[in-house]
Ligand binder design. Structure first.
Ligand code: WQD
Length: 344
């Protein structure tokens, strides 16, 4: 029974977490938002309460603290599921400070799973994973049976290890069923323009750097290399609107709560199935914004793969989910959001 099923969303004030909270509410779920605000802002809660026109339940806490996690599950012992976003996610930072990533991304997951195992009720668990686990795939588009590569960063390694921890726990747990969603490149913002991406400091990712350059926060964008073996020499990625990505979580949690799965663990690639180069993203931005973007071609960035885009057949068929929004729509929503947060 979906109506009023209670779901804990860890990292629920983050970029993908907040958009998933909005979609869960729209689908009649009761949401408990858990966030330590280390990489998000309390303003996101205000934005979500404007979207949902509801006072939402928010628990500010550090999931690395075992006793706080125990108290959380005692307080919300009647939950049906957990969607786990809370993690450190900057590839570059993980190379500089690997222990922060292994501690934060693994300890939080283990604390959650141990408390879930102590509950008597069935719990559906959705894990926020990443296409990073594939590295440079041999075959494109990337299917879920693509060989998992040696991670290119501690961040990517934590995603691989977390997937294995969840899979192994599901094998023996009496009450846990889980799905890992391997995201490609989430971009864009909610149509209400009340929530969107809020990078802290200089953005690592392409789209927020483009919108910040266009708004005047940076002199120009540097395109990291144009000598790749791709359509125009720049890297190709699968840019998916964050609202489409959020909806994949709804389909996943519904599938588990409604007990439609045979196995206790499964995983899905979540993308549009279409690759776009860096230059194609720039062209899309210039088209939807009517602004000429200032950019130059620079050297390649370490760790970048040439191409990564999803084969989405498994998610389409099994989750009954398909991305619906185009690259232009995603880029325009990102641009509208940038102008909103810069009060322009
Ligand atoms: C995209 C393309 C860059 C910035 C990362 C994580 C992945 C996921 C999404 C969490 C690349 C190029 C970028 C710039 C550029 N995060 N670029 N100039 O690296 O594909 O994926 O974010 O789950 O796990 O690895 O995304 O947006 O950083 O880069 O040319 O200023 O844009 O070289 O080709 P990436 P990105």
């Amino acid at each position: 029974m979906i109506k009023k099923s209670k779901i804990i969303v860890t990292g629920g004030l983050g970029f993908i977490g907040s958009h998933t909270v909005a979609e869960l509410h729209a689908q009649g779920f009761e949401v408990i938002i858990v966030d330590d605000l280390s990489n998000s802002s309390i303003n996101v809660l205000n934005g979500l309460e404007k979207i949902t026109k509801t006072k939402l339940i928010f628990e500010k806490m550090d999931l690395k603290n075992k006793s706080l996690v125990k108290k959380l599950f005692i307080k919300y012992h009647d939950i049906s599921g957990v969607i786990h976003f809370a993690a450190s996610k900057a590839v570059g930072e993980s190379v500089i400070d690997p222990l922060k990533y292994y501690e934060n991304n693994l300890i939080t997951l283990i604390n959650l799973l141990k408390e879930i195992n102590s509950l008597k009720t069935k719990i559906s668990f959705i894990f926020s994973s990443s296409c990073t686990v594939y590295g440079q795939a041999k075959k494109l588009p990337i299917k879920e049976d693509e060989k998992i590569k040696q991670a290119e960063s501690p961040y990517g390694n934590t995603k691989q290890i977390c997937e294995e921890i969840i899979q192994d726990t599901c094998k023996t747990s009496k009450n846990l069923k889980a799905i890992s969603l391997r995201y490609f490149n989430p971009i864009g913002a909610h149509p209400s323009n009340e929530i969107g991406e809020l990078p802290i400091g200089k953005p690592q990712n392409l789209v927020p750097f483009i919108t910040q350059t266009a708004i005047g926060k940076h002199k120009e964008l540097t395109v990291f290399g144009n000598d790749y073996p791709t359509i125009d020499g720049t890297c190709v990625r699968d840019y998916i609107h964050v609202v489409d990505l959020a909806k994949a979580h709804i389909q996943s949690i519904k599938r588990l709560i409604e007990n439609k799965t045979v196995s206790n663990y499964d995983f899905f690639n979540v993308g549009t199935g279409k690759g776009s180069s860096v230059l194609e993203v720039i062209t899309s931005f210039e088209k939807v914004s009517n602004i000429k973007l200032n950019y130059k071609i620079g050297p390649r960035r370490n760790g970048d793969v040439n191409e990564a885009y999803a084969d989405t057949q498994k998610a389409n068929n099994v989750l009954d989910w398909k991305s619906e929004l185009s690259l232009d729509q995603a880029i325009l929503s990102a641009w509208n959001w940038e102008r909103k947060i810069q009060n322009i």
